[in-house]
Design a protein around this ligand. Structure first.
Ligand SMILES: [Mg+2]
Length: 305
């Protein structure tokens, strides 16, 4: 999963859910100056939309036939992927009960009909700004600032969720740990700026191998990287590790203190099943043992198992 870039309100995506086509179009025309608007004419359409693309905010009509807005809100707030998306209700009723229902369903705000353009614009903009700031903080806390890859925090946060998901789907987790060979000598010879550029080049190659939604490249330590490959067996994991080593070798980054005359990587690869039996540390430890073996056996190689 790639790290999302920070958005502004104009590029953020708002889903308007209203059974009344004219009302949806009206709200959309008001909000178009603030954000990118999409419309759904029922709760089912809204859920379908969210499964395809997550909006940054929802504007939901309370009164809809079938699944009404309150029920839609409850469903979205119960789902992990949509729980934190702000939701603003549109309601024709102003009574205490109607207001309390909005809050109880999990709504973040409401706007009353007839809609005052300035009010809905300000409510939407304020909630979007809060959401975007929070997204930016989350992004920063999970990102390695030098390479733009995920950092160790991300791995620690993501692993429990990922392992539960893989257990449920009876899938394996491929994990590769990489280490840049003779990196200390590289830094000592060429300086830290060149050292940083070398790490960025390695990161770019790794990022190129995160082709599926749940694949992730992580900067684990100074010159150590981890690639997470959900639903990948041992031979597939090993193949990818070997391809990455070849790609780095072919970059031909000069290193006069390496027997290969260039920057190379060593790697330890594993593919784990029955993930409930292993902690993240167990899995990394096994990969680390393989990495150590690769170093002992001459570097620029993958050991797996
Ligand atoms: Mg309606």
């Amino acid at each position: 999963m790639p790290i999302q870039s920070t958005k502004n309100t104009e590029s953020s995506l708002v889903l308007i859910v209203d059974d009344d086509h004219i009302s949806a179009t009206l709200i959309s025309s008001i909000l178009n100056k603030v954000c990118r608007c999409f419309t759904a004419l029922s709760a089912a359409d809204a859920i379908k939309f969210c499964e395809n693309q997550l909006p940054d905010l929802l504007v939901v009509d309370v009164n809809m036939p079938g699944t009404n807005g309150l029920e839609l809100c409850r469903q979205l707030k119960a789902r992990q992927d949509t729980a934190n998306i702000p939701l603003i209700f549109i309601t024709a009723e102003l009574g205490e009960d109607a207001q309390v229902s909005c809050w109880q369903a999990g709504g973040n705000d409401f706007v009353t009909k007839p809609i005052v353009a300035q009010t809905i614009v300000h409510r939407v903009r304020n909630h979007l700004l809060s959401k975007l700031r929070l997204d930016a903080v989350i992004k920063l806390s999970f990102e390695d600032s030098l390479t733009g890859l995920y950092n160790r925090n991300y791995l620690n946060e993501e692993y429990p969720r990922l392992s539960r998901q893989l257990m449920r789907d009876h899938q394996r987790l491929g994990l590769i740990i990489f280490d840049v060979d003779y990196f200390k000598q590289y830094n000592d010879t060429y300086g830290h700026l060149k050292g940083d550029m070398c790490l960025e080049n390695v990161a770019t190659v790794l990022k190129g191998y995160t082709r599926r939604a749940r694949d992730a490249a992580i900067r684990y330590g100074g010159e150590e990287f981890i690639l997470l490959l959900p639903n990948t067996g041992l031979s597939g994991t090993r193949d990818i590790a070997n391809q990455i080593l070849t790609d780095i070798y072919n970059l031909n980054m000069a290193h006069k203190h390496s027997p290969f005359d260039r920057v190379t990587l060593s790697a330890g690869a594993v593919s784990v099943q029955n993930m409930d039996r292993y902690t993240l540390n167990d899995v990394i430890e096994q990969a680390d043992i393989n990495l150590y073996d690769a170093k002992l056996k001459g570097k620029n190689k993958v050991i797996s198992g």
